[in-house]
Design a protein around this ligand. Structure first.
Ligand code: ZN
Length: 682
């Protein structure tokens, strides 16, 4: 997966569920769990659980266990001190017997909750390190009050030495300042705080090391570097591979154990084969086997239960080579799948009729399998913050020869919607009654449709010209790829074909998506950026880029405007929806050209001009309006709790699901029951 495509993590702030089929009684189900800092913790419901067979439940249970055992890996991938920080904080949380009513202790709790949420010391979206608001003095006293064995000191280290090492990691803003450095004028490898590259490894080292391994004549290249850390030892650069017997072995052994358990309950032989290949990959670290696994996985479209488990997405690496560990277990939502199937059956029509130049189109769009799924467990880089749609595998040649699996996660979208009802967001930020009505009525439908089009068609569309390096766009690659997929969806939403296929039932419904998209890209997503910071995360950059480009290109004809009302509040006003559609088509054609030709300079110009910069005045205004509503701009999810009922010979005879666990209890349970890695993995 050199090309960090996929995973559309669009946060759906608000919409309404008027047009959804009635679900079961939900009186006692609370979607909003708790809120701290800029984070809201939600809960999702595993709709349809009751309709599963015992065997399917047992399979989900085993795969869920495999999903939870990788959590430590992600912490360590994000920064080499993350496990030390988390374990120190958790020891304080468990054993501290000082005054818990102080400001310091309150701030300590918030910091710990943020570390859990972000799987480390850096903000999940912003990539920058967040700082605690408790004092160094409090921290040192709290650590010193612990028993020595509760403190994760390094080998041969005293508590004082440990504190001297860990304190700047937590408190000094200059140390490990950014998880991913994306400024292409700098050395993005040595300045990134993630742990994909060892001490002293530079961007030049990485480009040389993987440049040598790339063979432009190889039509079916493995994704070099995906599952390893690159280190420099005695001047020699080499890989530490994630596998049994290699890096992260103790966690991978547990994952493999539960995959073997899962094999006992598979639905069919092709699903069993998928799991066997994944086990082989974890055993050997062979990326050739990984490709075999990805092919088997994408070809298994019959099974009801499905999963992602492995080193998958490379957003966490500035060069998009190394993949973070993630997991998701799910089963098909057959009601919603009927709609996505219609999209995928018509994939070729959409490809043929797009505004993209012919030489950049796929002559034959292959096997875009699309389904709607219910998430049953989130793990690794999908937990607690999760995407609402996924399109895998990432390997370009596998995608073009075998197609990809594209999913939208309906129970997560639904939980966002339910949690946001009545928040006052629409009333505050939407300009006019006309759009407010459309959004209330249609945005649940249009959100899902846009995600479907993005995942089922957008990522799978277009082709690279012969000889173009798939990494040619470097740090701008992710943003351009996400823009391509979003634009494909935006362009088609107003199309008559959408009505003809029954995907929307009203010719104006698409305006709900257009309005929300512009409002989000120009304004409301700024609520998630720290004051003084620019936009870093690639999905956010993509939305900002599209919205600002349309605002700019349509300015002469006032297609879209930013206007202030008499109270000085800014609103997005869309004057000409039809013209806006034309503009999305123009940008789609240009973005596809950039991707197909590998035009780095054009990608850079587009992203730097439209995607990154933040207007400080508007930024301050949006944050103030958000604060006044009390809405947390970032959301994540707690998992349900599964409990296996076993017969005397150990066979799973049923699996119970409950939802009552609190955020802190869940995190502490995971840290206690699923934490196999040593504190330092060097
Ligand atoms: Zn995407």
């Amino acid at each position: 997966m050199n090309q960090p495509i996929t995973m559309m993590a669009l946060l759906s702030f608000v919409s309404c569920s008027l047009d959804k089929p009635a679900t079961t009684k939900e009186d006692d189900f609370r979607y909003n769990v708790e809120q701290f800092a800029d984070i809201g913790v939600l809960r999702y419901r595993v709709t349809g659980w009751d309709s599963l067979t015992v065997r399917q439940r047992a399979l989900i249970y085993c795969l869920s266990e495999a999903a939870l055992w990788g959590r430590d890996i992600l912490f360590d991938q994000n920064n080499r001190y993350n496990l030390a920080v988390r374990r120190t904080l958790e020891s304080i949380y468990t054993a501290y017997n000082g005054d818990k009513e102080t400001k310091d202790y309150g701030e300590f709790l918030i910091y710990l909750k943020r570390v859990w949420f972000s799987n480390g010391i850096h903000h999940y979206y912003g990539e920058e390190k967040f700082l605690p608001a408790f004092s160094v003095k409090f921290f040192h006293e709290a650590v010193r009050s612990l028993d020595t064995e509760q403190i994760p000191v390094g080998e041969g280290q005293s508590v004082d030495e440990f504190l001297a090492e860990i304190t700047p990691v937590i408190f000094n803003p200059e140390v490990y300042a950014k998880k991913v450095e994306q400024d292409s004028s700098l050395d993005v490898i040595s300045l990134s705080a993630n742990n994909y590259y060892g001490e002293g490894v530079t961007q030049l080292d990485v480009e040389k090391f993987y440049g040598l391994r790339k063979d432009s004549n190889d039509q079916r290249p493995i994704t070099h570097g995906l599952n390893s850390r690159l280190v420099r030892q005695n001047g020699i650069v080499s890989e530490q591979v994630y596998r049994i017997g290699g890096l992260y072995s103790s966690a991978i052994e547990k994952i493999v154990h539960w995959l073997r358990e899962a094999e006992k309950y598979t639905e069919n032989t092709s699903q069993k084969r998928v799991i066997e290949l994944l086990i082989d990959f974890y055993r050997t670290g062979s990326l050739k086997i990984y490709d075999d696994y990805a092919i088997a996985w994408v070809q298994d479209t019959e099974s009801l239960v499905d999963f992602v488990n492995g080193f998958t997405e490379s957003y966490g690496d500035a060069l998009g080579i190394k993949a973070s560990w993630e997991a998701l277990v799910n089963f098909e939502d057959s009601y919603a799948t009927a709609k996505t199937r219609v999209i995928s059956e018509n994939a070729q029509w959409f490809e043929d009729n797009s505004p993209v130049a012919r030489q950049f189109k796929k002559e034959k769009v292959k096997g875009v399998s699309a389904k709607a799924i219910v998430a049953a467990i989130l793990g690794g880089d999908c937990y607690p913050t999760t995407p609402i749609g996924i399109n895998l595998p990432n390997s370009n040649w596998i995608r073009s020869e075998y197609g990809s699996k594209s999913v939208t996660i309906t129970n997560i979208t639904d939980a966002y919607d339910k949690a946001a009802e009545g928040s006052g967001f629409i009333e505050e930020f939407v300009c006019c009654e006309y759009e407010k009505e459309l959004i209330k009525k249609y945005s649940s439908q249009t959100d899902n449709l846009h995600t479907d089009l993005h995942e089922c068609l957008g990522h799978g569309s277009g082709k690279l010209l012969q000889g173009v390096d798939q990494d040619a766009l470097k740090v701008y690659g992710s943003t351009i790829e996400e823009a391509r997929a979003d634009l494909f969806g935006l362009y088609y939403m107003p199309d008559a074909k959408i009505l003809e296929l029954g995907l929307l039932d009203n010719a104006e419904a698409y305006k709900a998506e257009y309005y929300k998209y512009m409002m989000n890209g120009l304004m409301t997503q700024l609520a998630r950026i720290e004051p003084g910071k620019q936009i870093e995360e690639s999905h956010m950059r993509n939305r900002s880029m599209i919205a600002h480009w349309i605002l700019d290109k349509g300015s002469a004809e006032k297609v879209v405007e930013l206007k202030k009302n008499s109270l000085g509040k800014t609103f997005v006003v869309i004057n000409d929806y039809a013209k806006m559609r034309t503009l999305t088509g123009q940008l789609l054609a240009e973005v596809q050209r950039i991707k197909s030709e590998g035009d780095f300079d054009a990608a850079k110009a587009l992203v730097e001009r439209y995607a990154v910069k933040v207007d400080p005045e508007l930024h301050g205004e949006v944050k103030a309006r958000y604060d006044a509503l009390g809405i947390a701009p970032y959301k994540g999810f707690l998992n349900p709790v599964y409990e296996a009922v076993r017969s005397e010979d150990g066979e799973i005879t049923d699996v119970k699901i409950t939802y009552g666990e609190s955020y802190a209890d869940q995190m502490m349970r995971y840290s206690k029951d699923y934490s196999p890695l040593p504190t330092y993995n060097d």
